[in-house]
Ligand binder design. Structure first.
Ligand code: SF4
Length: 165
């Protein structure tokens, strides 16, 4: 079932049942179907061929697939295809805002460019950097009562966050 051709053949309700534990499984089943159709049409069903596509072109193609937004497209580019693209998520925005590096109205692209122009163009670095942001966001920089006193980024905080512990 992990082969793209098998994913395309399986009935959508069955696929939804198989991925139930991932949450939002009906929407995800529909999106997976759209993705494998795209893969067959644009890249003869080959992930290797898709991964070899130049970054900007592949990003543009992925964003045209129904259900694929910038964060998903960039996650595929970085984590699956090893392209140097920075993934921006809600944790990234929250940490930047609390540290006075963003005001909250920036577009996804503006934040992505900020990281990409500030860091060496290295997929492994982007990969780990994003993973560390997720770790910090989940375990310290919570929406309510962030644990600033225990966080490694505390020395970089310009002013205390309201309600932080
Ligand atoms: S120091 Fe506080 S605001 Fe900064 S990342 Fe850590 S928890 Fe978030």
């Amino acid at each position: 079932m992990l082969r793209p051709s098998a994913l395309e053949k399986v009935p959508q309700p069955k696929l939804a049942r198989l991925i139930r534990s991932s949450g939002y499984f009906r929407q995800k089943a529909r999106k997976l179907k759209q993705f494998v159709i795209f893969l067959r049409k644009e890249h003869r069903g080959s992930l290797a061929a898709m991964f070899r596509t130049p970054t900007a072109k592949l990003r543009e193609q992925l964003l045209r697939v129904h259900g694929v937004g910038p964060e998903t497209a960039d996650s595929i580019l970085l984590y699956a295809a090893n392209h140097p693209v920075f993934v921006v998520d809600a944790y990234t925005r929250r940490i930047l805002q609390r540290h006075g590096l963003a005001h909250g109205k920036e577009s996804y692209e503006e934040i992505r460019r900020l990281f990409e122009k500030s860091l060496p163009n290295d997929p492994q670095l982007f990969n780990e950097f994003h993973a560390l942001i997720v770790h910090t966001g989940k375990n310290y920089c919570r929406t309510r009562a962030p644990l600033c006193s225990q966080c490694a980024l505390r020395p970089l905080l310009p002013q205390p966050v309201e309600g932080s512990l």
